[in-house]
Design a protein. Structure first.
Length: 499
């Protein structure tokens, strides 16, 4: 009997790397800035009675000690602290009891400053983020949807637009936060965000942003004309080809003038518009790192821990656990359940304390590497001294993963002698010339901005002319690269810069 071969095609989705609960907790703590850490620790203290604030702590000096930024000391982050295996027969017998207490909410904690600390706070107490969170609080959402919506808000750029693809956000939520959500579900939540104030918030493009603002207007003939311009003639609109739009739409001069007046009232940056409405100094910035540069050139830094307390295991829970374990041979079922509950809370508290310490070590090591790579800037404060530096450079120097460096750098600020900067400020790509010289794209962009700012506005320079001028300054880049950098700087083409 002949054997037949059957080819079968299967589609499988596998998670390539298993992420433990402790690793997930650490990644969540690492990516949050100081203020959110402070909020989360209070909730963790409230939810887990086995976790307490340290009191009468003689070692609490009010801040983490200053660390020399140019030391060669490296910490081994690959070796995670492992607690001893508890292998008594009672664990197996009680494995199925008290399951409802096993899954603990993930929050964060930290360490307390006992001295009064100076924070770099600019403006009022409420931020742009706070305004959106207030509106989220008025929505009827499940805890899961609320978390996802808040995550989307955190992904907004400063101008209020969402440039991170929803598919990437869904992937981040699945990998780092253990939340499985489809792109369609995330889209529905984004639509809820786009209904908030100001109009245009959460748009994924300039066109969508302007259309969202137009849709908020009362029905009228003018609204339909605006919608038609933004949908059918958007390319001409961005290039300010008003005559062509007027001709193709068959509008008179008066109609066109009125239409242009209304279109110009739309804002391409709804986030900035909200800031102007509520006060331009709305943003509050608290530095996560404080870098101190001495006159002799030595550099040290401290990790700002704000009002976060140091944590410890509750002594009453520890004593109770010891008492139960010493008498476990004569325990009733109710006492065994109490033992399991106590063990779960104590282990969860210890895991949280370990994750907080790992966060501190990770942040300190990352900042030390950044200072080492960008030392000239921290010494002089000149932006042009920033060398090309990407996540990979810091990862190689610290031994940490790229995703870890990315999370550390997100939403954190560094206070220096020269001002307070977002941590991402110190990262930039490099451009390698034909001779092998590496130039910072930040330095090239600064030179490009100077050229455009100083040009004759009656005869603005084309991209090709800008390329030639940059080449004379030692920046031999292609015309298409000039165009890309010009767009990243938010500067239009020469025709639109003409006054």
């Amino acid at each position: 009997m002949a054997q037949s071969q059957i080819q079968e095609q299967k589609q499988e989705q596998r998670q390539l790397q298993s992420i433990s609960a402790q690793q997930l907790l650490q990644s969540q703590l690492i990516e949050l800035p100081l203020q959110q850490m402070t909020e989360r620790i209070e909730t963790e203290l409230h939810d887990n009675p086995a976790l307490e604030k340290k009191v009468n702590d003689d070692d609490a000096t009010g801040e983490w000690p200053s660390a020399p930024a140019d030391g060669d000391e490296q910490e081994d982050f690959d070796a995670q602290r492992e607690r001893e295996e508890r292998s008594d027969a009672l664990d197996a017998a009680l494995e199925g009891i008290g399951r409802d207490d096993e899954e603990l909410p993930v929050y964060q904690g930290g360490r307390q400053w006992t001295e009064e600390q100076e924070q770099a706070v600019y403006g009022e107490e409420r931020s742009f983020y706070d305004m959106l969170m207030d509106q989220v609080g008025e929505l009827e959402l499940s805890d899961r949807d609320r978390y996802v919506l808040e995550y989307i808000i955190q992904s907004l750029d400063d101008d209020g637009l969402l440039r991170t693809p929803l598919s990437d956000i869904c992937e981040q939520l699945a990998v780092y936060h253990g939340i499985d959500i489809s792109t369609d579900e995330a889209t529905q939540l984004l639509l809820r965000l786009q209904q908030m104030d100001p109009a245009g918030i959460g748009a994924r493009s300039l066109q969508e942003c302007l259309l969202l603002q137009t849709e908020r207007r009362k029905p009228s003939e003018l609204k339909e004309l605006m919608r038609r311009v933004l949908t059918d003639f958007f390319d001409d609109f961005t290039k300010k080809h008003w005559d062509r739009i007027q001709q193709q739409m068959g509008l008179g001069d008066t109609q066109m003038e009125l239409l242009l007046g209304e279109l110009r009232r739309l804002t391409p940056k709804p986030g900035a518009a909200l800031g102007e409405t509520l006060g331009r100094s709305m943003q509050q910035i608290t530095p996560d790192f404080i870098v101190d540069t001495q006159d002799d050139g030595s550099i040290s830094f401290t990790l700002n821990m704000g009002d976060m307390p140091r944590l410890e295991i509750s002594q009453s829970f520890a004593d109770l656990l010891t008492e139960f374990q010493q008498n476990k041979e004569h325990m009733s079922r109710q006492q065994k359940e109490a033992l399991l509950y106590t063990k779960q809370k104590v282990e969860a508290a210890q895991s949280f304390i370990d994750a907080v310490e790992m966060r501190r070590r990770t942040l300190a090591t990352t900042m030390k590497a950044i200072i080492k790579l960008q030392r000239p800037f921290f010494e002089e404060g000149d932006e042009e001294l920033l060398r090309p530096m990407i996540l990979k450079d810091v990862a190689e120097l610290t031994g940490l993963g790229l995703s870890t460096i990315s999370r550390v750098s997100n939403s954190k600020y560094v206070q220096t002698r020269w001002g307070t900067f977002p941590m991402k400020f110190f990262f930039s790509d490099g451009f390698v010339t034909s001779s092998g010289e590496e130039l910072s794209t930040r330095k090239i962009k600064a030179a490009l901005r100077q050229l455009i700012d100083g040009e004759d506005k009656h005869k603005p320079m084309s991209d090709d002319a800008l390329r030639e001028a940059l080449a004379k300054q030692g920046y031999p880049i292609a015309r298409r690269t000039v165009a890309k950098y010009r767009e990243q700087l938010g500067m239009p083409v020469a025709r639109l810069r003409r006054s």
